[in-house]
Design a protein around this ligand. Structure first.
Ligand SMILES: *Cc1c(COP(=O)(O)O)cnc(C)c1O
Length: 391
């Protein structure tokens, strides 16, 4: 009997059972890791017509199909492309829907490499790139032009965690005939179900929570029915397929993503509330905090919060920030996030043109991992003490 996921199944049931059907492969619970370039055809006619399910490694395998189906199961998408990094998952949708002479609106609090791609390659290819304030909401209607083809969103924003009014932006963008893309890496499908809010293409750095162990780079872009064919066609044109071992690892990570996120959320909320009361902390940027300026919007649309936040130190500059980071022991110093271990980094928002602050001091970004929360607090207390002593 084939596996059946009930229509109204909860998200953790979908995470556990989405993707492959074990009975398609001798009953083994997990799908095979298929390493493939060539796929053989039974005869010349089949070779000529390519009339079989798999035809070449770049066009999909049972391994990539399993992950794509698992993601479609949690996103409610018509199809998902799997690419070698989160950045590529941003790039493929943009290349799918933009042509020379088109206008692109991007949120100013976007992930920096997305901005870099737009400012360099997209501009070189003749695209008019314009940034908008993350709090613009329905006001984005005033920025829409007849040639606006894409409105790119990311909510909450990278490093500063502004929450966007996605339903209002979707409405204005669709009235103007544009496609709405969302980089939803922070919330995942568990805490923000993008396509239900009218987003056309939802993007994830699967490198983060889906992989969950800081050892894999992967990206996914999932589209609704309206946008799937074009997204898929661009993916095939570019040939940007991911390696099978990495695809398999992300499917494996998805199975436990729900429980990991619950722990990330619980610890992060506790640390965020604790940090707000510490000497030397000007503010904590985390939308699940009642003190966050966009808390009401977050509460309206999101069903949870993940493990990434920023702390604004009370005054000081690079010397204080470096003293803070150097005093940490459990927290590692490094980029990326979404793994099991806690990380800290000093972030810069110099590239912004609109969403610049004001902030009272250095901006330190923290990824709260799965360690014991008391150990993390003790580590952060050492950092804050060192920052004060450096002042
Ligand atoms: C990390 C990240 C990406 C890029 O993911 P990589 O796999 O590192 O290329 C894209 N968007 C956001 C919001 C990210 O945090």
């Amino acid at each position: 009997m084939a596996k059946r996921i009930p229509e109204n199944a909860g998200i953790n049931t979908r995470l556990a059972h989405g993707g492959n059907d074990p009975l398609d492969y001798f009953g083994f619970i997990n799908p095979p890791v298929v390493h493939a370039s060539t796929v053989l055809f039974p005869d010349a006619a089949a070779l000529a017509s390519r009339a079989q399910k798999y035809t070449y490694g770049t066009r999909g395998t049972p391994t990539t199909d399993a992950l794509a189906a698992a993601i479609d199961e949690i996103e409610g998408s018509a199809g998902t492309v799997i690419v070698p990094s989160g950045l590529m998952a941003v790039i493929v949708p943009l290349l799918s829907f933009l042509s020379a002479g088109d206008h692109l609106l991007i949120v100013d609090s976007v992930y920096y490499p997305t901005r870099h791609f737009a400012d360099t390659m997209l501009r070189r290819f003749g695209i008019d790139v314009e940034y908008y304030d993350p709090h613009i909401g329905a006001g984005i209607a005033a920025l829409m032009k007849p040639n606006t083809k894409v409105v790119f969103t990311e909510s909450p924003g990278s490093n500063t965690f502004e929450v966007q009014d996605i339903p209002a932006i979707v409405q204005a963008a669709h009235e103007g005939g544009a496609v709405v893309m969302l980089d939803n890496t922070w919330a995942t499908a568990l805490y923000f179900k993008a396509l239900d809010f009218g987003v056309d293409i939802v993007i994830h750095a699967a490198t983060k929570y889906p992989a969950g162990h800081s050892d894999v780079l992967l990206g996914t872009a999932s589209a609704n029915q309206k946008c799937w064919e074009r997204l898929h066609e661009t993916f095939l044109t570019l040939g940007c397929s991911a390696g099978p071992d990495d695809v398999y690892q992300v499917l494996r990570g998805l199975r436990t993503m729900g429980v990991r996120l619950e722990r990330h959320q619980q610890s992060t909320l506790e640390i965020a509330r604790w940090l707000e009361r510490q000497e030397g902390v000007a503010r904590v940027l985390y939308p699940a905090l009642e003190s966050h300026p966009d808390h009401a919007l977050w509460k309206r649309d999101f069903s949870g919060s993940s493990g990434l936040l920023s702390v604004v130190l009370e005054g000081g500059g690079q010397a204080e920030a470096h003293a803070f980071l150097n005093a940490l022991g459990v927290f590692g110093l490094g980029y990326s996030w979404g793994g099991y271990e806690s990380l800290a980094t000093l972030v810069s928002i110099r590239d912004r043109t609109l969403a610049k602050g004001p902030y009272e001091g250095p901006l330190v970004r923290l990824q709260i991992g799965l360690e014991d929360v008391e150990d993390l607090k003790a580590d952060l207390a050492l950092g804050l003490l060192a920052a004060r002593n450096a002042a």
